[in-house]
Design a binder for this molecule. Sequence first.
Ligand SMILES: [Zn+2]
Length: 368
Amino acid sequence: MAFSGLALWADNVSERPSWVRGTWCVDGGVIRRVSDETEAPSVGVIVPGMVDTHCHIGYSETGSVSEDEMVEQARITLGSGVTVVRDCGVPVDNSPAARATGLHLIRCGRHVARPKRYMRDLPLDVDDQRELPAVLASMVHSSDGWVKIVGDWIDRSAGADSDLMPLWDPAVLTDAVAAVHEAGARIAVHAFSHRVIDSLIEAGVDDIEHGSGIDADQASEIAARGIAVTPTLRQVEIFKNFAAQAGAKYPVYAETMQGMYDARRAHFQMLVDSGVLLLMGTDSGGYQEHGTIAGELDLWLQWGAPAQLTIDAATWVSQRYLGYPGLVEGGPADFLILDEDPRDNPTILAKPVRVTVGGTSVWERPSA
Ligand SMILES: [Zn+2]
């Protein structure tokens, strides 16, 4: 199968991809550039598949779902232009969703939290926090090279003074991160608040999820240390709802959430300007529906990310961070065919004409 078009392409995995016109050939699940004399139909625009680095396949707003439903979630995700998902914690085995659909799924196992310090029934709770390193080391065996912990959450034991508070002592966190790295895995941490961030930087976590409390000094340290941040803007967009629900019962917490909501655009702009490695993630499966990456792309643009940075973050940057090469010579034929140039409107990435994984077409846009 040979085709021509405009592609976001790199000759090898250490090269930064650029936009090139050419002709490509897919054979044995691999993509290669061929000489332009080859007779090949023009398909439009060819881009690497998108990545959702924060997603919960197997979960929905109402809880864990059946195997049929998780397969459907994976199909919807593929149809939105996403070929790689890092699942950021679910209480069920969601591997059937990947097997049935071709979606690349990187599992994190279950969220690890402390009792009453996260959403009910979702995490694995650790009673004695000194057990965290051992719990995470064993979690590595039921995941795909990643684990996920809850770094902060409202601590309701303080009554009306309750606020977002770190779950873990800094020393425990440092030991836990070391145990995960020793087991050959990486660790992502849920973090809304400002006060948890220093302990995450010190402990050397790999990826901060949400990161809404990061200040400018912390951002430059995070950038310098190569820690990734998944800003999940659609999640930050609903902080105003969390604030309203907390209302009079937890006024301090409500003010914290409302403050981050009010500052959200300037905060995201600061992250972009700081050079932090930003990953694309939707948090689908909790408060967000599956297949909603178009809305996340839209918020990145609305809140001031340049179009090319948004395209890069959604595709090859997040792919390479998770161990996939993007669209490269001799690499896996995982790509999207688009009928418009995403540089004019990056949300087009989420409306592919066709989605190919490993050289096989896994999704095609229904004809109108
Ligand atoms: Zn999440």
